[in-house]
Design a protein. Structure first.
Lengths: 269, 255
């Protein structure tokens, strides 16, 4: 089922300098990573889908709703965006109120908002910090609060902007679990990201953007098997895929687990 | 990121005059008409300033500023022409409303002075890079710390505007309506203040630490990043302007 349709969309911040050039994409429930070097147009595309920017050419439909005709706020129930820098999206003096902020904005009753906020905080394992000032948390915890704030609103589509930035190993693992959990719950999870290992491990589909255009689009394994095209977009393979290539293996591995299983199979067999 | 600098990049002799000389000109353009309180002198200074703007090829950019200034000055002109306490000589009558000569000339004097102040500052801001201005002032002995404060305003204000954009986007994406009627926008503005001020304060702290670790407060002579620029006859221009100011002061004392 199609959740988002991006139809021949073009956008420019300055006249004559296209950031997106006739981009056409369809998004279904598969978890999707959008990758590309800085300036490729990833963030702009996501802002357009969220209604924060309006395309000057083309059309974006969330379900059957054109983003041109509605405000970003009215799309909040359907599509959530976790910003790259959590400091930009902390508005309240305590963690619980911060998570409730969006719920109250979309008209959820106070008590229900509270229950949903606590549930979201439990998901990110920050329930014990609910009375703290969000600014007293570590950057990694602030990021988790901002994820909880969006997840609590229960949108059908959740977009993560650089979820792994400023995360240590434990933080990355936590975010991986959250993404998998949301995926299992039937949410459409999308990310824009530079961390190829994370993409390989968590996302079914990968879209490669370069200079405002879609360069590659397909299942993640297929995309990472096209090393020469990725080079064109100045992108590297995930570490495990690089290692297997160096060892002369023809298969594209996405996780260390797969790679080890393959090696074990070869040793045994 | 948008810049708040009003500098207009052109090839003109005015762009080649050093910033300190332009500051001398501002002092002269403000002081001379005050020391020599004649409409003719004020008008002459105003004409000179406008000619300078024209020669600096930036006259078009000043129009929006003058649009606002004229709006204020027309109000002054109407009020003074009607209600100036020294009004004695009626020059025009529209029904019950009487326009007076004294009030008109008083308003004209104020207007010329205001235009002189605005125009002389416009010469500086439209034809001088903020970095050149700060560097010239520091070379003349201004504290580098104060120089940094001036220079950072040009950087921090656009950064704050950009932060406001990001925070507004975050609010909109969490269902807070910020578009549409004025009342909706006003309502959205208040929650914006907290995060913007807080993020600015955090930035200030980080910036102060970054300056400290890079030796900003180190004692001793500092080296300038750029070679001192060669401007058009700075000494001659400055001495000439100083002479004009002195002549006006002497004239005032003698009178």
């Amino acid at each position: 089922m199609e959740l988002i349709r991006v139809e021949e969309v073009s956008f420019a911040y300055l006249p004559g300098k296209l950031v997106l050039d006739r981009v056409t994409l369809r998004f279904d429930h598969r978890s999707t990573a959008i990758i590309g070097q800085n300036g490729a147009g990833k963030t702009t595309l996501v802002k357009l889908m969220k209604g924060l920017l309006k395309p000057f050419d083309g059309e974006i439909l969330i379900g059957d709703l054109s983003v041109k005709k509605v405000t970003a706020a009215s799309l909040a129930k359907r599509i959530g965006l976790v910003f790259q820098n959590p400091n930009d999206q902390i508005f309240k003096g305590n963690v619980l109120e911060e998570v409730m902020f969006g719920l109250l904005n979309i008209g959820v009753e106070r008590e229900e908002a509270r229950v949903r906020a606590i549930r979201a905080l439990e998901m990110v394992e920050l329930e014990g910090k609910r009375d703290m000032n969000p600014h007293d948390l570590s950057l990694s915890q602030k990021k988790l609060v901002s994820i909880a704030a969006v997840v609590a609103m229960d949108p059908e589509i959740i977009i993560f902007d650089e979820p792994t930035i400023a995360q240590d190993h434990a933080g990355k693992e936590r975010i991986k679990e959250i993404i998998r959990y949301l995926d299992e719950k039937g949410k459409m999870v999308m990310t824009i990201i530079h961390d190829m290992d994370f993409v390989a491990e968590c996302f079914e589909r990968t879209v490669v953007m370069n200079r405002g255009r879609v360069l590659l689009d397909g299942p993640t394994r297929e995309v990472f098997s096209r090393e020469e095209v990725l080079k064109e977009a100045y992108l590297e393979l995930p570490t495990v895929a690089q290692l297997s290539k160096r060892l002369g293996l023809s298969e594209t591995f996405l996780t260390p687990k797969e790679f080890i299983a393959h090696l074990e199979g070869r040793i045994k067999g | 990121m948008k810049s708040i600098s009003l500098y207009v990049d052109r090839q003109s002799f005015l762009h080649r005059i050093d910033p300190i000389s332009k500051i001398y000109y501002i002092v002269a353009a403000i002081l001379v008409p005050i020391l020599y309180p004649s409409l003719t002198v004020a008008f002459a200074v105003m004409v000179i300033s406008l000619i300078l703007l024209f020669l600096g090829k930036v006259i078009r950019q000043t129009l929006s500023v003058y649009g606002f200034v004229f709006l204020v000055l027309i109000t002054v002109l109407i009020i003074q022409t009607l209600f100036y306490p020294g009004n004695e000589t009626p020059v025009y009558r529209i029904g019950q409303v009487v326009l007076y000569r004294e009030g008109f000339f008083y308003a004209l004097t104020i207007s010329f002075r205001v235009i002189n102040i605005v125009t002389s500052f416009l010469i500086l801001v439209f034809t001088t890079r903020s970095a050149d201005l700060v560097e010239s002032l520091v070379r003349k002995g201004l504290s580098p710390r104060f120089g940094y404060v001036i220079a950072s305003v040009f950087q921090i204000v656009p950064e704050m505007m950009s932060a406001m954009g990001r925070i507004t986007d975050a609010q909109r994406s969490r269902g807070m309506e910020t578009e549409g009627k004025l009342s909706v926008r006003m309502k959205a503005f208040l929650p914006l203040i907290g995060p913007v001020v807080l993020s600015s304060l955090l930035n200030v702290k980080e910036r102060a630490l970054a300056l400290e670790v890079r030796g900003f407060n180190a004692k001793g002579k500092k080296t300038f990043l750029n070679e001192e620029k060669n401007f058009l006859a700075p000494t001659a221009v400055q001495w000439s302007l100083l002479a004009v100011i002195l002549i006006a002061i002497i004239w005032r004392i003698i009178q």
